[in-house]
Design a protein around this ligand. Structure first.
Ligand code: NAD
Length: 472
């Protein structure tokens, strides 16, 4: 055992003894004090977060906590990835490890909070980014650990504490992540409950947070149902990160092999459960066959429509029919596992299943979150873009295009009107995975904040000093 591990165990034992031995000032039970952020009751979770928030007033303490969270994330990336896949059944461990490293390295900290000053004849005004206090954050099952870590870094950087409402189907790994964050905070000299949650997460607990007194900012990352549910009742400022159905357009001017590699890489990343990953391909028909061939050379497997029909009957509820939904049992599964369930033999290393379809195919219309994508043929790039707009359903979330035609790239950007648009790369490049810019796991689409960061989770305040304090 290394010296560092021993020191950590000693620290943890001392801390647990402190928790377990109420002093005269604090007569709280162990349960009321929580277990590194996990509380029996929502009241306990909110009270602890409220007290903890008051302890991270300085930039120095926030920086120290965030540094430790980054270190913790890198150290536990594999463990957390394995736990998330084991508990939810969604995704690929090796891709989740990459996602943890992305979050650890590219989630901005306090440096992004630079204040602004306006100096003029009438004096000086200072604009600063203030904390909201305690933030309530509802997190998805498809990305349980990285959303918690990314939110924690951004929200703590903004000076906030967080009460998380994780998806019940990702309860264990979400709670464990929150505990690791609190241990990191404690190692940095911060509070051991800077992020909290309840022992038994439920929809009711999340709904209680929608209206919990004293919490002024609610952040929701999930599908339409939770965004609508929050919007309907909350009296708080709402930042909502909703669903997507990202189309990717490929035209005849594109580097077809590069487009093929990008689409296979992007659409199969974490088995397509990421909200930004490509969910349908719309190619100009003159290059569609070449694109198909290149995709199959780079990890995709081509299916017949009959094979796709067999798969759809297994992985979709109510198919065929009018009320079709995705069966969570099949969300984020490996392509080879999905194919095998339908009796189709594909190489085990297959990353993505593709098939020819028209734009009304169910896998084009719904957010499937599985590595199975339709390839739709359009007469020209304008038609491809129009269909992309239609299939994105005005989520205004994410889209991608492969083209060297500046007019087509520009038309795509205007028409899609999305929070994210990737050009000539995988869609995940637009959240910093292979592209420039910071990352986030909460892309706020319905409420419009886009690629969130610490600034998103602050209140803008101005202080004006009239006629003085200038230096020129
Ligand atoms: P989900 O909507 O089922 O659950 C998300 C969260 O909302 C969970 O914590 C869940 O417990 C809670 N919830 C759901 N319905 C609720 C209700 N009626 N009242 C209170 N709480 C409720 O989503 P999921 O399957 O966990 O995640 C996948 C979805 O999330 C996809 O649609 C995906 O696109 C979206 N997503 C979006 C982003 C983004 O940044 N925009 C990021 C990740 C996931």
């Amino acid at each position: 055992m290394e010296q560092q591990d021993i020191a950590e165990i000693v620290k943890r034992v001392i801390s647990q003894l402190q928790h377990a031995s109420p002093t005269t000032e604090s007569s709280c039970s162990l349960k009321e004090q929580g277990d590194y952020g996990v509380f029996d009751t929502l009241d306990g979770a909110v009270a602890a977060a409220t007290a903890s928030q008051k302890q991270i007033g300085t930039i120095a303490i926030r920086d120290n906590i965030i540094l430790e969270i980054r270190r913790m994330t890198k150290k536990h990336a594999k463990e957390l990835s394995e736990m998330a896949v084991a508990e939810t059944g969604f995704g690929r461990v090796e891709d989740k490890i990459k996602k943890h490293l992305l979050v650890a390295h590219r989630t901005p900290g306090t440096e992004i909070l630079a204040p602004q000053a306006v100096s003029g004849d009438a004096g000086l005004s200072l604009m600063e980014n203030a904390p909201w206090g305690v933030i309530a954050s509802v997190t998805p099952s498809t990305n349980p650990t990285c959303t918690v870590i990314n939110n924690a870094i951004s929200m703590i950087a903004g000076g906030n504490a967080v009460v998380f409402a994780p998806h019940p189907a990702a309860k264990k790994v979400s709670q464990y992540t929150i505990q690791l964050i609190n241990k990191a905070s404690e190692r940095a000299g911060g509070p051991a409950s800077i992020c909290t949650t309840v022992l038994k997460p439920s929809l009711e607990n999340a709904q209680a947070l929608f209206v919990y007194p004293g919490i002024r900012l609610l952040v929701v990352t999930g599908g339409d149902a939770v965004v609508d549910a929050a919007r309907a009742v909350t009296d708080k400022r709402l930042i909502a990160a909703g669903p997507g159905n990202p189309p990717v357009v490929v035209d005849e001017t594109a580097d077809i092999e590069r487009a093929a590699i990008s689409i296979v890489e992007g659409a199969s990343f974490d088995n397509n459960i990421v909200c930004v990953t490509e969910k349908e391909i719309i190619a100009v028909s003159s290059i569609a066959d070449e694109l198909k061939t290149q995709m199959c050379r780079h990890g995709a497997h081509f299916l017949t429509l009959d094979q796709v029909d067999t798969i759809a009957k297994i992985v979709l509820r109510g198919y065929p029919g009018d009320n079709i939904s995705v069966n969570p049992k099949w969300v984020g599964r490996d392509a080879s596992v999905i194919a095998a369930a339908a009796g189709i033999d594909v190489p085990k290393e297959t990353r993505l299943l593709i098939f020819d379809a028209d734009k009304s195919h169910i896998f084009a219309v719904i957010e499937q979150m599985m590595p199975i994508l339709p390839l739709i043929r359009a007469a020209d790039v304008n038609q491809a873009i129009d269909w992309a707009v239609e299939l994105e359903h005005k989520n205004r979330h994410t889209a991608a295009i492969h083209s060297k035609n500046v007019d087509a790239l520009t038309r795509m950007a205007y028409k899609m009107d999305c929070s994210l648009l990737a050009k000539n790369g995988p869609a995940i490049a637009a959240i910093g995975a292979g592209g420039e810019g910071w990352t986030t796991m909460t892309i706020s689409t319905p409420t419009g904040e886009g690629v969130t960061n610490a600034l998103t989770f602050t209140r803008k305040r101005r202080c004006t000093l009239v006629d003085s304090f200038r230096i020129v």
